[in-house]
Design a protein around this ligand. Structure first.
Ligand code: ADP
Ligand code: MG
Length: 387
């Protein structure tokens, strides 16, 4: 150990990750490419990251023995999803450097704490009310209707949220989720959605990727486009500045994605943050000279960060399990990969999930090319082939 908590942790050491989904898998790939060993803790014996990692501990995230084994194997630990219990991160951090820390994860896990943090950082959210009690429900302003009721915890990909137009619908929706703590957010007319990924080191060094423009379908990310003309420059700069304030305000270490809504009047409001690499940043693997996963490795290991440079316009298409059922029928049929791969500048990522299910993220395609026109043409052909 040197004087700085054993940092930097150099290649040859083992990096641990809590969570074995596709984000953990791509983290493991980036870490291994740089010469690290990897250890994954995930309760699923067949997890996408566990399958490609040197060590796979399958226990619950709160399992004391599992956490002790992870701390024994790994020289530092990160997470690939925000719903790991914050106390597990706290336990691990007694033995090993952990990034991001339990405090940042605890805020990102809870929409109420998250919105309070955004407000503290001077970044505007959609108008909202906290609904934790029947009295707060009754007192919520009519100005917030029509709105979206979102559970404070455990929501993702549009799950845990309901659109409500009237007070009666609001009351029903809160009862339907079991009267758990929620936020009621005003439904805003979105011009478009975008996100910014930043990476912040222990020394406070802060780098960012260019803002991504995102299209969601049914609450799930469908398409990300990143190129110089994807949004007005003023909006892009405001998003970058806000994401940086949010990361700095948390004294954050790691990769952080902040999602925004752009409104018709040119203003921007923050939606939510993810304390990890993000689906909207997958294009960075092929279109940038350093990827979001490599920056996760560097922030965790205490290595210098490189400011990312995008060298190609990019479009990312998510591949949901639905694509396996486009021909109809109950039996999944894989899309026509050989036709898709015949397109120029196409990069196929499949996450090694065995069972395709509707709404399940099975993989993604990134399209790169010399010009935006080329990339758009290939993306539209890919979308047609995928049906
Ligand atoms: P999740 O955690 O499931 O991603 P979000 O809060 O990001 O939840 O909501 C999912 C999607 O629903 C957003 O990307 C956006 O398309 C839509 N949405 C959420 N909140 C609002 C809002 N206040 N106004 C309009 N659309 C919204
Ligand atoms: Mg979201």
């Amino acid at each position: 150990m040197n004087g700085n908590n054993g940092l930097p942790i150099l290649p040859g050491a083992t990096l641990g990750v809590l969570g074995g989904g596709q984000l953990g898998r791509m983290f493991a790939h980036a870490a291994q490419r740089m010469g690290y060993f990897t250890a994954v803790l995930d309760p699923d014996a067949d997890s996408p990251a566990g399958r490609v990692s040197h060590h796979h501990i399958h226990t619950d995230y709160a399992d004391v023995d599992g956490l002790a084994r992870l701390a024994g194997l790994a020289d530092a630990v990160t997470t690939e999803f925000e719903n790991v219990p914050a106390p597990s991160l706290e336990k691990l951090s007694v033995a090993r450097p952990v990034a991001p820390d339990a405090g940042a994860i605890a805020i990102a896990q809870d929409r109420i704490a998250e919105k309070a943090h955004f407000t503290r950082c001077g970044v505007a959210c959609a108008p909202y009310a906290v609904i934790e009690t029947a009295a707060q429900l009754a007192a919520a302003s009519d100005m917030l209707l029509p709105g979206i009721l979102k559970t404070a915890r455990l929501g993702y990909d549009g799950k845990g949220q309901q659109r409500v137009a009237t007070r009666a619908e609001l009351v029903d929706a809160w009862q339907a989720v079991g009267c758990v703590p929620c936020v009621l957010e005003k439904l805003l007319p979105l011009e478009f959605e975008c996100s910014v990924i930043v990476a912040r080191g222990r020394d406070g060094q802060l780098v960012h990727f260019p803002p991504q423009r995102n299209l969601h379908r049914d609450g799930i990310l469908a398409v990300t486009e990143v190129h110089a003309q994807n949004m007005p420059k003023t909006v892009a700069q405001a998003a970058i500045n806000s994401a940086k304030s949010i990361a700095t305000g948390l004294d954050y270490v790691g990769v952080l994605c902040v999602e925004f809504f752009a409104l018709a009047d040119g203003s921007l409001v923050v939606n939510e943050m993810a304390p990890r690499p993000h689906n909207s940043g997958h294009y960075t693997m092929e279109a940038c000279d350093v990827s979001q996963f490599e920056l996760q490795v560097r922030t965790l290991a205490g290595l210098p960060l490189a400011a990312p440079r995008q060298h190609s316009p990019a479009i990312m298409l998510n591949l949901l399990g639905d694509l396996w059922f486009t021909a109809g029928g109950d039996k999944p049929v894989a899309p026509r990969w050989s036709d898709v791969l015949a397109l120029p500048g196409v990069h196929l990522h499949l996450y090694g999930k065995i069972e395709p299910r509707r709404g399940r993220k099975m993989g993604h395609l990134t399209l790169t090319g010399a010009t935006l026109e080329n990339v758009r043409a290939a993306a539209s052909q890919a979308a047609t082939l995928l049906g």
